[in-house]
Design a protein around this ligand. Structure first.
Ligand code: C5P
Length: 405
């Protein structure tokens, strides 16, 4: 049975470039709207020759955007905001010219500028005559775009507007719609009954009976992820260190203090879990010898001998079974992407979620967060700043799609 409103809360930009297949886009817009998507149409000037902005504006229930400026009003259509607004961009039809410009980063119209500044996944549904499609330059351009993560919705074979017959017909609106359903939405009931191990909060490494080495982690992000998983039917084991948040309900709680304790608890749970989400801010160092008495203050300088804590994630993912998925979180303040990618590899992860401290309005203790996600299979995605609970839902949806398909 068709579930309705599967695209509720999804913001989709449909980019229409010039080509006869543009006459089919009203139908695509209808399909997306029927499933609850917010649809923003961006058109190129030449697309107006094939489908009217009025038609698309009525169906999408939004003004169609074509130019950087709205002529009579002098208002600016901000391509950066549009790119950040979208959860997905589908360019249909994507003509040879638009594909070539995308390949070379040309942004001489609003649609191309939005594509260049977008952080969400992008699909292209090419449409052109068969010789243009087969031309080495088009094929190379499409190959380059795919290598950069842009997803291709293959054109089909058949009669072309030129009267010729061959490959180059835009995929039918239903096929484009189904690709988006497949790629954007988690498989039904994927998490139902799945055991997931989530760690959250910060660890505390004792110095003496009253002092410790700790960090600013509040547990908010880990708890939001646990809650999103529970809402999807997962059986969550939540191992948490120091937190300042209310514990999520409907999961099993395992309070711990130090990295060593977190390791021992996780070791006992991991084998039984399908997914590990290591959100905790685990201390990298612990005190070599914890003083049994409170260390007395003296006038002399004081040095603590620190040794490395066990790397829980590396130890667990190093022994993971083929069906197990391990996801790490990295907080970086410099060379963020390179460091995150190194951790993805070195820690044998399926995915790493990169937190950066560059935006002072998000992160530690804040309600909002923004992350970049890198998967082993090459998928990457930036999730712009948003409330940690919606970010957790987006992350869970995206990961389940990416890691399964
Ligand atoms: O190496 P780094 O600490 O930056 O890696 C971050 C990831 O590794 C996080 O997922 C964190 O929970 C995990 N980690 C761990 N054990 C440690 C340190 C970090 O599992 N001792």
């Amino acid at each position: 049975m068709l579930r309705k409103n599967r695209f509720n809360n999804k913001k989709i930009i449909v980019g229409v470039s010039g080509g006869i297949a543009a006459y089919k886009i009203p139908h695509l817009v209808r399909l997306l709207k029927k499933e609850g998507a917010e649809v923003q149409i961006l058109m190129t000037e030449s697309a107006k020759n094939f489908v009217t902005p009025q038609t698309l504006s009525v169906l999408s229930e939004r003004p169609v955007l074509i130019n950087f400026f709205q002529n009579d009003l002098g208002e600016w259509n901000n391509h950066i905001d549009l790119g950040l607004w979208a959860d997905a961009i589908v360019i249909a039809p994507a003509g040879a010219n638009t594909l070539a410009k995308m390949t070379h980063g040309i942004c001489d119209n609003l649609l191309l500028s939005v594509i260049l500044s977008a952080r969400c996944p992008i699909w292209v549904a090419p449409a052109m005559d068969l010789d243009m499609w087969e031309h080495a330059s088009t094929q190379e351009n499409v190959g380059t775009l795919q290598k950069r993560g842009i997803r291709l919705i293959e054109p089909t074979e058949g009669f072309l507007a030129s009267g010729l017959e061959g490959k180059g017909r835009m995929a039918e609106p239903e096929a484009i719609f189904n690709t988006l359903v497949h790629d954007l939405l988690p498989p039904d009931n994927y998490f139902s009954g799945k055991k997931v191990l989530v760690t959250a909060g910060g660890t505390r490494e004792s110095i003496d009976p009253v002092r410790f080495i700790g960090n600013h982690s509040s547990g908010k992000m880990g708890f939001a992820i646990a809650e999103a998983l529970i809402a999807c039917g997962a059986e969550v084991s939540l191992v948490y260190g120091s937190v300042s948040e209310k514990l999520p309900k409907n999961c099993i709680h395992y309070p711990v203090v130090s990295a060593e304790e977190m390791l021992e608890t996780c070791k006992g749970l991991f084998a039984d879990c399908s997914i590990l989400m290591m959100v905790a801010a685990v201390a990298d160092y612990q005190v070599q010898t914890i003083s049994s008495q409170k260390i007395k203050k003296t006038d002399a300088a004081f040095a603590l001998e620190l040794v490395k804590t066990p790397d829980i994630l590396t130890l667990l993912s190093g022994n993971k079974a083929p069906h197990q998925i391990c996801i790490g979180f990295a907080l970086e303040t410099e060379n963020e992407q390179a460091n995150a990618l190194a951790k993805l590899k070195n820690k044998n992860l399926d995915c790493i979620v990169l937190n950066s401290l560059n935006n002072p309005n998000v992160g530690f203790g804040k309600e909002s967060h923004e992350v970049d996600v890198f998967c082993k299979n090459g998928n990457t995605w930036s999730i712009p700043a948003q409330h940690k609970s919606t970010l957790a839902e987006t992350l869970i949806n995206t990961l389940s799609v990416w890691l399964l398909k």
